[in-house]
Design a protein around this ligand. Structure first.
Ligand code: PBG
Length: 327
């Protein structure tokens, strides 16, 4: 036997020397849920260890995270039902607490990357990402100007990168033109390029109370069976001026991450979604998996597949482990 692959695994030093993929705290984007109010730190039942914050407690969470080395955050709002309507007007209203929170966070932590969510669902009385007409159809071109208003308000509030998660056609170009016209040429767009109609968003919808009031999201989010269609979406987003291409969910879609990485010259990001977090957490809480081993392995798989950045609820725990030299 001339070739013995085990020789390159013989000691920790050799293994470290030939390690092909490394995951760094800087690769992680930490999603945070925010609601209006004061001194709120509301646990989310289906996301153990994840909380909904008010702005005061959120600032503390960001401060702790920054101290652990995290530099990138994405913010999601939980909006009271009485502020929701058919056209999501609260999403760009002057007294929107989400926009105020962004300004406040960037005031205290100007150096971090703060990303938004662009979609109607947290603000829509129909719970859909787009405008719903009287026949229950999600109308693409009526939605675009609403998303553009939301984008402009978010750019004005100080978000660095906008994250359209709605899957309407043509929204990246529509947003880019709106932003540029108002001088926000430096505000980036991380497009949810290949976002699948997935069962793994369940806990997130619990956290925000944003589940569709009727129907499902299959006329805009992608069929989990499709791969070529991800290339089509990515080609459009790249042409429309997206700065990053995202694949969502991540774990069940590692092949899609790899596909986009191999075919595009834009940074690829992956969204390790709420259901992926919940299932791993649940197994670990039952003692069926070892959290400190299984969690970094899950994140590493996404990086290995080709993700440059990963949105993950594990971000803070990973950063802590890295700081303690455990990973
Ligand atoms: C909605 C949105 C969703 C997520 C992010 N933005 C849910 C959905 O499409 O229904 C899911 C994130 C997660 O599950 O962690 N615009």
């Amino acid at each position: 036997m001339y070739s013995r692959p085990r020789r390159n695994r013989a000691t920790a030093a050799i293994r470290a020397m030939v390690q092909e993929t490394r995951l760094d705290t800087a690769n992680l984007i930490y999603p945070l849920f925010i609601e209006d109010g004061k001194n709120v730190r509301q646990p989310i039942a289906s996301l153990p260890g994840v909380y909904r914050y008010s702005i005061d407690t959120l600032l503390k969470e960001v401060e702790e995270s920054v101290a652990l080395g995290l530099q990138s955050f994405v913010l999601f709002p939980k909006v009271n039902d009485d502020l929701k309507d058919k056209t999501a007007t609260y999403s760009y209203s002057d007294d929107n607490f989400y926009l105020k929170a962004a300004t406040e966070i960037k005031k205290h932590f100007p150096e971090i990357m703060l990303m938004s969510d662009v979609a109607m669902d947290p603000y829509s009385s129909d719970g859909h990402d787009g405008y719903v007409d009287e026949n229950g159809n999600i109308v693409n071109d009526v939605t675009l100007p609403i998303l553009a208003k939301m984008s402009l308000a978010q750019a004005q509030a100080g978000f660095d990168i906008l994250g359209p998660s709605d899957m309407m056609d043509g929204r990246v170009a529509f947003m880019r033109e709106t932003l540029d016209k108002d001088g926000f040429t430096d505000v980036g767009i991380m497009s949810y390029t290949a976002k699948y109609a997935s069962a793994y968003y369940g806990p997130f919808r619990d956290a925000l109370d944003s589940a569709p009031r009727g129907g499902d999201k299959k006329t805009y989010q992608m069929n989990p069976a499709n791969k070529t269609e991800a290339l089509r979406e990515a080609t459009l987003d790249a042409a429309e001026g997206a700065d990053f291409l995202m694949v969502k969910p991540a774990l069940c879609y590692l092949d899609i991450i790899q596909l986009l990485k191999q075919n595009f010259d834009l940074p690829i990001t992956a969204y390790n979604v709420s259901g992926e977090f919940a299932m791993l957490k649940a197994a670990c809480m039952n003692g069926w998996l070892d959290y400190e081993k299984a969690m970094p392995e899950m994140l590493l798989s996404m990086k290995r597949a080709g993700a440059d950045g990963i949105l993950t609820y594990f971000a803070k725990d990973f950063a802590k482990m890295r700081k303690e030299g455990k990973v």
